[in-house]
Design a protein around this ligand. Structure first.
Ligand SMILES: Cc1cc2nc3c(=O)[nH]c(=O)nc-3n(C[C@H](O)[C@H](O)[C@H](O)COP(=O)(O)OP(=O)(O)OC[C@H]3O[C@@H](n4cnc5c(N)ncnc54)[C@H](O)[C@@H]3O)c2cc1C
Length: 500
């Protein structure tokens, strides 16, 4: 049975996505479920310039929300990948395009072929060619924009604006602007909430989307699994950078490694959301500010000082309460896992809510998902950098979950089989997860793939090698041509605004 009344605390991206998805699902499945959102306009949301993954676009489509309107009204831009600058060593840059060419390759082993041939694996990605030319994913045909490829792209945005937009789009959801000041517990978790105004709100199920405050779940004695032993980044200094007139808007997130952490750069249509995430065990906030100003060549105005406790809830679903978004987990935003994780978690929750073992299944899948994000993010630190105590400390040893995989990939090229299916029991939904399609460009960029192993694999199967060679050549040629026709990213975004 679905609960009759779901109460969501928090009006950030997590809160509004939860409200929309659960209302929609209840309607589709014929459940008479009411949804109420409680948010406090006195408490802000996080909004630092966020990068999404492709699932966000798929979700807009699912809700039949107009993408052009989304881009126009939130000032969002297109994200085709992540540019990793100075990670492998200072002066070396590699990109992680987020499209997966294997989806259209007819079984051809594109990565294996490229590694064996000593060519960058990203060459067979359409998005790499678009990134190289600062192009958007559309070209003009008969005066109308048409997509240059079949792949879903992602967005960059300010989540504070996106939260407001989603709120405007949400239908059939009751909204209370007030602050939760008390939590009344019952036999199976939470019975009711009390608000600053004195109002009492009871419910059958509660979602804690209150961000780092974790206002509801913290009442239920959750256990926090810290990742600080393997991910030492624990502080963020966010700031804006002005976008200059005529400056191209790069369709990728910048992840620029610094001496004590790394800087994110997320372009929206009006400015760049940026910040320095660093380890405060290695530098103080003042030193971090000076370091990033020296790297950028100009002063920055910090918009806050955010503490990051990298990790996750052991069990985010306790009794009749589920922690979602920042309330449930967070790790440094290197691969934009947070909002992506929220969307996937909501889909899993919708599938398992009201089923006998739903809670345990959800908690197990959540743990696996966030641990997998941790493993992928930690891999980025297997680099040649030793130029500061931070880099010497983090490269001194790597956790087993990284070294075991790297050892495996010295013997073979990474393939889907190296990644257990996710989420267990819901594989048929085809939910996106961190697997070889994201790993391989990063491994390649860091110089961690074994060409000899790939050569041996290709030599053992001449037919597969022939198929891969031909398909690779055809795709690279097709993608070069498509990128040459694609519209410049900024000009295309401006045309959307002009056409409103
Ligand atoms: C430095 C940094 C960089 C990030 N970069 C990325 C990125 O690139 N990609 C990505 O996917 N994610 C990123 N994230 C995470 C992303 O911002 C969050 O996942 C997303 O914004 C969702 O946040 P939220 O809704 O969980 O919390 P918040 O945005 O913090 O919202 C919390 C809500 O709870 C409400 N609230 C709190 N307490 C109460 C109370 N007592 N009563 C009533 N209401 C209450 C507030 O009013 C607010 O509406 C980043 C986060 C940080 C910190």
């Amino acid at each position: 049975m679905w609960p009759a009344h779901i109460v969501i605390v928090g009006g950030g991206t997590a809160g509004w996505l939860s409200a929309m998805m659960l209302t929609d699902l209840a309607k589709r499945r014929g459940h008479a479920t009411r949804v109420t959102v409680i948010e406090s306009s006195k408490i802000g949301v996080i909004g630092v310039g966020e990068g999404s993954t492709a699932v966000f676009r798929q979700m807009l489509r699912h809700f039949d929300l107009d993408e052009t309107e989304f881009l126009r009204e939130t000032g969002a831009t297109i994200k085709l990948g992540i540019r990793h600058k100075d990670w492998r060593r200072v002066g070396y840059t590699y990109d992680g395009p987020i499209d997966d060419p294997h989806l259209v390759a007819g079984g051809a082993q594109l990565d294996r072929y490229a590694i064996a041939a000593g060519r960058p694996v990203a060459e067979a990605h359409l998005f790499q060619h678009l990134l190289d030319g600062n192009k958007g994913p559309y070209a003009l045909k008969d005066g109308r924009p048409v997509p240059v490829g079949p792949f879903h792209y992602a967005f960059h945005f300010d989540q504070a604006l996106v939260g407001q937009w989603l709120r405007r789009k949400a239908r059939g959801i009751a909204l209370i602007d007030d602050r939760v000041t008390g939590v009344e517990l019952g036999d199976d978790g939470i019975r009711a909430l009390t608000l600053e105004s004195g109002q009492r709100v009871d419910g059958d199920f509660f979602l804690d989307c209150s961000g780092f405050r974790r206002r509801l779940i913290s009442e239920l004695g959750p256990r926090w699994i810290s990742y600080s032993d393997v991910l030492p980044i624990n502080r963020a200094l966010p700031f804006w950078i002005d976008l200059k007139d005529g400056e191209e808007i790069t369709p990728c997130t910048l992840a620029w490694a610094q001496k004590n952490g790394w800087m994110w750069g997320i372009p929206t249509q009006d400015r760049i959301g940026a910040g320095y995430v660093y380890s405060d065990r290695h530098i103080s906030p003042d030193e971090a500010k000076r370091e990033i100003e020296a790297a950028l060549g100009h002063e920055v105005e910090p918009r806050g000082d955010i503490r990051i406790d990298a990790g996750r809830m052991e069990r985010p679903w306790i009794g009749n309460c589920l922690a979602m978004g920042l309330a449930s987990s967070f790790l440094e935003p290197l691969e934009a896992t947070s909002i992506h994780g929220t969307v996937v978690q909501l889909i899993m929750f919708g599938e398992w809510l009201g089923t006998p073992e739903g809670r345990d299944r959800y908690n197990t899948a959540f743990a696996r998902q966030v641990d997998d994000f941790r493993d992928f993010v930690r891999l980025h630190y297997v680099t040649e950098r030793r130029d500061s105590a931070f880099w010497r400390d983090i490269t001194a040893s790597h956790p087993d979950f990284v070294t075991d995989r790297l050892a495996l990939w010295q013997k073979k090229t990474p393939t889907r089989d190296d990644f257990p299916r996710f989420p267990p029991g819901l594989e048929h939904l085809g939910l996106a997860h961190v697997q070889e399609q994201l790993y391989v460009p990063v491994l390649d960029g860091l110089g961690l793939l074994n060409r000899d192993a790939a050569r041996a694999e290709m030599a053992a199967d001449p037919r597969a090698r022939d198929h891969a060679r031909k398909t690779h050549a055809a795709l690279v040629a097709e993608y070069r041509r498509a990128a040459s026709l694609a519209l410049p990213h900024r000009a295309w975004l401006q045309s959307l605004r002009a056409s409103s």
